[in-house]
Ligand binder design. Structure first.
Ligand SMILES: C[S@@+](CC[C@H](N)C(=O)[O-])C[C@H]1O[C@@H](n2cnc3c(N)ncnc32)[C@H](O)[C@@H]1O
Length: 232
């Protein structure tokens, strides 16, 4: 998603700082779910509203986009979702804290503020990947959020009985992802090449999903369980 740089992003982020990760208690009690690449946050805020006992972390790497997601949660006073301004490539054991800083030209930058994991490893029950950037150029395959290097990172934060839910409008990305999940030892289920006509429950739509399905495009989707420890 390309977003034009907005001048007032920093003060806007400051106003919704309660909804950003700096305010998140480490090691929350109860179920934890994560969305990677949450965009403007429609999906995760709706989900969090309906599941008040679950803690949601939503990662997004673009400040001008995450501010809209955090503002949405703030407007609706949804306290159980916290947004991480972070690049998924920085996910390691647990989720590291990154926070907003400014460079010398007052442009927002990501700064490490702590290397403390926000949740213990293997604590996340569901990880959502919705309409991840397809990055069609082969040179960028390693940046696709379903590349095997990312699937390996997700495995370190997913519970043994946790799973990933992946949706996309992009067939080449979907085919690539199926291959990556299989090669990484994940077990695929609920595979469909037309989610909206599949009978698989799909109550929470994303901004991109609404846009593409209104254009009549099929939505590809799958769920995947991480490999068991002894098989990797
Ligand atoms: C195509 S948009 C989809 C947004 C939303 N999930 C939806 O379905 O409407 C993909 C989003 O993922 C974010 N993204 C891409 N790579 C990322 C990464 N490595 N870490 C965090 N966010 C990422 C982009 O900035 C963008 O906002």
């Amino acid at each position: 998603m390309r977003a034009r740089k907005k001048k007032n992003t920093v003060p806007r982020l400051e106003r919704v700082s309660d909804y950003l990760i700096g305010a998140v208690p480490a090691h929350p009690q109860g179920e934890i779910r994560v969305e990677v690449g949450c965009g403007k946050g429609k999906f995760v805020t709706a989900l969090a509203k309906d599941h008040p006992d679950v803690t949601f972390y939503a990662l997004e790497k673009i400040p001008d986009v995450i501010v809209m997601a955090a503002e949405k949660a703030a407007r609706e006073e949804i306290g159980n979702v916290k947004f991480l301004l972070a690049d998924a490539k920085d996910l390691t054991e647990g989720i590291e804290k990154k926070f907003m800083g400014l460079d010398e030209n007052r442009n927002p930058i990501l700064e490490d503020v702590a290397h403390e994991a926000l949740c213990p490893s293997k604590a996340v029950s569901v990880l959502y990947l919705n309409f991840s950037d397809p990055l069609p150029n082969k040179k960028h395959a390693h940046l696709r959020l379903t590349h095997r290097s990312f699937l390996e990172k997700y495995r370190t934060i997913l519970k043994e009985d946790g799973h990933i839910e992946f949706k996309t409008d992009n067939k080449p990305l979907f085919d690539f992802s199926v291959e990556e999940f299989r090669e990484s030892g994940y077990e695929i289920y609920d595979y469909t090449e037309d989610l909206h006509h599949s009978g698989i429950p799909n109550p929470y739509l994303t901004e991109y999903e609404i846009r593409f399905s209104e254009q009549g495009m099929p939505i590809y989707s799958l769920k995947a369980r991480p490999p068991k420890e002894e098989t990797v």
